[in-house]
Design a protein around this ligand. Structure first.
Ligand code: MLC
Ligand code: AMP
Length: 502
């Protein structure tokens, strides 16, 4: 038996001295160098006593060794659990408790804070942004010879946590074939080849930067210019060396705001892909006017990888996400009854295919709520298929804010706010934001007799939640608007706050 995903993505490059990944300001690593690094790292993991199926939780900055952790986990049959670098210790405690990793890898600066919350028997190794730490010390001593463990299509490759409307995060279990089938579909559709150079500026703890971007490059033999984050000066400096860019809409609005982003700078480019959040039709059109390129917008999610994409050839239609990927089925259903609806009607987007995950880690009831027995996944997004077959996402049934491509479930913030002194209850909404698409605003109703101060509430909330979840403003209200059923009317809050955002 072979290693289903590793062999196809990385293994077949053995002996190739073509560049695979070039860190910003550093030297390129060839495919073969990257393989050797992942082999040493896999030996370190095995030496820790980790066995097939064990979880490896990783909260480190973006770097080439951080990427090698992914490849090393695959080759050792381990399950990668990547974590947003912004998560606080109190957020991490939940993930570590739930996933029970046998190994945790973190930045040295976080090691002290994490030690008390390590699951029993787990080891802690460190890796900093420059590639130093106890992980790399062990890698330097490790054998470069490692035989990838046999892994089948249904073996788990990763668990990615997504928040939920209840405020409790769910670990989406992704198999080797979930990832491989999706990488194949995207590579073919977007015409990736060994001639491509992807400008990679997304984080690698989410589906977009980790699986969409990295897997497509690994599978096709393309190479990556690996930036630690999105910095306009660096992006503009490296664009001439790239052929493709993948980003969230904020990447494109920021580029358009910069006068250095000219047709000259982009004329050699082959493809710009956008996803993770809605790309305004206006941004799409402005981008075409400025560069002559039409952004290719696609739609996906953690649980399903990518589902739907605008075509490579053919019209990339602004305001739509295109057609189902090869092998993926798409249907629109009545959100209440689940009955399929005809094209043209708005309803729940459901998808089925080899890309759809294996369920939520240790949450069979949650899995059953969202993944139908017939294999269709209920996305929580509302959409419509037009007469030409293009899907438009018209809204979300889930109470979700997407800020700069990061998902923020209001409930997660509300439970923290509700617990603060002087707070009776709270409601969190997203309002339009020119840079991030949506921005978080919180409404707080004081407890009887209390007069909570927004700044003091923010100070208490900060250590508990990652920075990107912090409300941009906290508004004190006498009461929350409710309908006759007692449900908070968030649409009214959204309208009121959008009208007076400051
Ligand atoms: C940073 N900040 C954010 C934020 N990113 N706040 C809200 N939302 C965000 N997305 C905070 C910073 O901590 C900082 O706080 C302040 O806002 C200003 O930050 P910045 O310097 O302007 O931000 P920057 O570091 O440039 O990051 C912006 C960004 C980044 C858009 C480049 O957020 C990003 O890379 N987003 C991509 C997320 C992603 O990969 N999503 C894919 C999910 S997978 P302070 O206190 O310092 O002022 C998925 C499935 C699919 O959705 O279909 O792909
Ligand atoms: P995540 O759970 O982080 O994987 O985010 C997935 C969610 O991002 C989807 O359910 C959608 O709501 C949203 N999303 C992804 N791509 C797009 C897109 N192109 N347009 C609108 N929303 C998108």
């Amino acid at each position: 038996m072979t290693n289903h995903l590793f062999d196809q993505l990385f293994g077949y490059h053995a002996g190739s001295d073509a560049p695979f990944v070039t860190p910003l300001g550093g030297a390129a690593l060839s495919h073969d160098d990257f393989l050797a690094l992942s082999a040493r790292m896999a030996n370190v993991f095995v030496a820790q006593g980790l066995q097939k199926g064990d979880r490896v939780a990783v909260q480190v900055g973006k770097s080439v060794p951080a990427l090698a952790i992914y490849a090393a986990c695959l080759r050792a049959g381990l399950v990668l659990l990547p974590l947003n670098t912004g998560y606080t210790v109190s957020e991490l405690a939940y993930f570590l408790g739930d996933a029970e990793p046998g190994l945790v890898i973190c930045d040295p600066a976080k090691a002290e804070g994490l030690s008390p919350i390590l699951p029993e028997g787990a080891t802690l190794l460190t890796l900093d942004n420059a590639g130093n730490g106890s992980l790399m010390d062990a890698v330097a001593q490790a054998d470069a010879q490692h035989d990838p463990l046999p892994c089948g299509p249904d073996d788990l490759a990763a668990i990615l946590y997504t928040s939920g409307t209840t405020g409790r995060s769910k670990g989406a279990m992704l198999s080797h074939d979930n990832l491989l089938s999706n990488a194949r579909a995207l590579t073919n559709l977007w015409r990736f080849s060994a001639d491509d150079v992807l400008l990679h500026a997304l984080p690698i703890f989410h589906t977009h930067g980790l699986f969409v971007a990295v897997n497509v490059c690994a599978l096709s033999g393309a190479s990556m210019l690996f930036h630690p984050g999105f910095n306009l000066d660096d992006i503009i400096a490296d664009l001439p060396k790239a052929t493709t860019l993948m980003g969230v809409p904020t990447f494109y609005t920021r580029l358009l705001d910069d006068p250095r982003f000219t047709p000259m700078l982009t004329q050699h480019m082959r493809l710009f892909v956008s996803g993770s959040a809605p790309l305004l039709a206006e941004t799409h059109e402005q981008f075409e006017r400025r560069t002559g390129h039409r952004i290719l917008e696609r739609y996906g999610m953690t649980e399903t990888n990518m589902n739907v994409s605008n075509p490579y050839e053919g019209e990339r239609r602004a305001g739509t996400v295109g057609f189902p990927l090869a092998g993926t089925e798409l249907r629109i259903t009545d959100p209440t009854t689940g009955a399929p609806l005809p094209d043209g009607e708005i309803g729940m987007i459901e998808v089925r295919g080899p890309n759809v995950f294996k369920g939520y880690w240790r949450m069979p009831e949650k899995t059953a709520e969202e993944l139908r027995g017939n294999g269709f996944f209920i996305t929580g997004d509302l959409g419509r298929i037009d007469a030409d077959g293009y899907l438009s996402i018209v809204g979300r049934q889930k109470d979700l804010i997407i800020s700069g491509g990061y998902n923020i479930y209001p409930k997660e913030i509300e439970v923290v706010l509700d617990d603060l002194p002087g707070v009776l209850e709270s409601a969190v909404v997203g309002i339009p934001d020119a840079d991030f698409g949506e921005a978080v605003i919180a409404a707080v109703v004081p407890a009887p007799g209390a007069t909570p101060d927004p700044e003091a509430l923010m100070a208490l909330l900060r250590p508990q939640l990652a920075r990107f979840k912090h409300p941009r403003a906290i508004r004190i209200l006498d009461e929350l608007p409710r309908n006759t059923m007692g449900k908070v009317q968030k649409n009214l809050l959204r309208e009121a706050f959008a009208a007076t955002p400051a």
